[in-house]
Design a protein around this ligand. Structure first.
Ligand SMILES: Cc1cc2nc3c(=O)[nH]c(=O)nc-3n(C[C@H](O)[C@H](O)[C@H](O)COP(=O)(O)OP(=O)(O)OC[C@H]3O[C@@H](n4cnc5c(N)ncnc54)[C@H](O)[C@@H]3O)c2cc1C
Length: 404
């Protein structure tokens, strides 16, 4: 059954794609408008000419606990381009030289610490992760890397309540909750291209290079086009928070963000991480997580405030030196590299910001909001983005039971 009117989704990141797919499958006429020449937003792959490889804007990991993401990937077929890796998280400390592996059954922490991390018996609304777990024996080798990876926020400002919620989902969320899902063919092959194909299959379309400048009750005004809005039309703004705040002043708050830096190095030959793992956590280092894909080694620096302002060469030198020492390589200069700085990668998940995330209603009639920054118990992640898109489609179509 075709529904009356058109659903205009602005932004073809994962939130916009999720909203578009759910609505198109339910019979809505969907048009997605995207400012860039490609979909995927902050979660995408591209061919890097210098490296001669398809790389991601940043290495991403999804956990089994991210149920809505997996439902989206199954519905689009993108799951075929994802691999469930063993639930084993190897770490190496660059100062002590020690290595260890964290598994669901082998957490390097005592029961008292684990209960604290899970938020028990009670977590104050002003508590930070460092305030709650900072003095514990496992802080540096477990809770700090988890906090930086999941929340992209330093432990001394990260919300302990939000961290505890994600820990409960990961550690108590069922046998597969800690399963890491990786993207051997890149993010776009799994989360973007199959979604675009699914949208098209259900009659939806994406119009690229359309930057929304203004939204009024009667029209969407783009750089070079104006689209009148009829009485049955609906709008979902699936935009980054700072763009939504500029378009809807007074309705969307200004929210603090934090950067992520990624460095991709193309090595002379394929590289193997210890135990054949796809990734490795680095402790006491500027780099946090090392990922390997064939001959490309990629390192992620979360909450990268101290690094983001350095020039690319200094960043590459520093991170390559750490990689080299982690993998026991001789002192050779960095191979060809690409530095990606996402200056506003996610919100700052501090106690002030997380409670100010707005809901999906924009305050304007028939205009809804989506994006990883919309109110959610999840930090800004793929799961938050896709869930927000589904929630916005449910509201816009008045179909609370809508799924992918
Ligand atoms: C480096 C990095 C690493 C990450 N790692 C992980 C991870 O390991 N696991 C995880 O779960 N999450 C991770 N994330 C977070 C995840 O990528 C984001 O939460 C998610 O991609 C956000 O999707 P979104 O649709 O909400 O926003 P966006 O991806 O920002 O999409 C918004 C879209 O709107 C478009 N747009 C902007 N302005 C306009 C305009 N005026 N008109 C029209 N279109 C416009 C943009 O071009 C973009 O396509 C990471 C993010 C980064 C940057």
């Amino acid at each position: 059954m075709t529904l009356p009117g058109t659903l205009h989704v602005v932004g073809a990141g994962l939130a916009g794609l999720a909203a578009g797919i759910a609505a198109a499958k339910a019979g809505a006429r969907v048009v997605v408008h995207e400012a860039a020449g490609h979909a995927g937003g902050r979660c995408r792959s591209f061919l890097d000419e210098r490296l001669g490889r398809v790389i991601d804007n940043g290495s991403h990991l999804v956990l089994g606990a991210n149920r809505t993401t997996l439902a989206y990937a199954r519905a689009t077929g993108g799951i075929e381009a994802m691999v469930a890796a063993p639930a084993a998280f190897p770490f190496k400390d660059l100062v002590t030289g020690k290595s260890w592996t964290v598994t669901p059954k082998r957490l390097p922490a005592g029961i008292g610490e684990i209960l604290k991390a899970l938020g028990l018996p009670w977590t104050g609304k002003a508590e930070t992760v460092a305030g709650r777990l900072g003095g514990t024996p496992s802080f540096a080798r477990l809770w700090q890397p988890m906090c930086e990876a999941i929340m992209n926020t330093a432990p001394d400002e990260a919300s302990a309540r939000m961290f505890a919620w994600t820990m409960r989902k990961a550690l108590l969320g069922g046998a597969d909750a800690l399963t890491p899902w990786i993207f051997p063919g890149g993010l776009s092959a799994a989360l973007v291209a199959p979604a675009e194909a699914t949208l098209s299959l259900f009659g939806g379309e994406i119009r690229f290079r359309r930057r929304l400048k203004t939204v009024t009750p009667r029209a969407l005004v783009f750089d070079e086009a104006e689209i009148p809005l009829g009485p049955d039309d609906r709008v979902i703004l699936a935009l980054p928070p700072w763009v939504a705040a500029a378009l809807l002043p007074g309705l969307v708050p200004d929210l603090a963000t934090r950067p992520i830096v990624n460095a991709h190095f193309r090595c002379a030959q394929p590289v193997e991480l210890p135990h054949g793992s796809h990734f490795l956590g680095m402790v006491n280092a500027s780099g946090h997580w090392l990922f390997v894909r064939g001959d490309v080694l990629s390192v992620t620096v979360s909450a990268a405030g101290a690094l983001v302002d350095l020039d690319n060469e200094s960043i590459a030198d520093r991170l390559w030196d750490e990689i080299r020492r982690t993998l026991g390589m001789p002192p050779i200069p960095p191979p060809p590299y690409r530095i990606m700085k996402e200056k506003r990668a996610t919100l700052a998940h501090d106690n002030h910001t997380v409670v100010r995330r707005p809901g999906a209603s924009s305050g304007r009639d028939r205009v809804y909001l989506a994006g990883d920054w919309i109110a959610s118990p999840w930090p800004c992640t793929i799961e938050a983005a896709i869930s927000s898109g589904l929630a916005a489609a449910r509201l816009a179509l008045a179909r609370p039971g809508l799924t992918f």
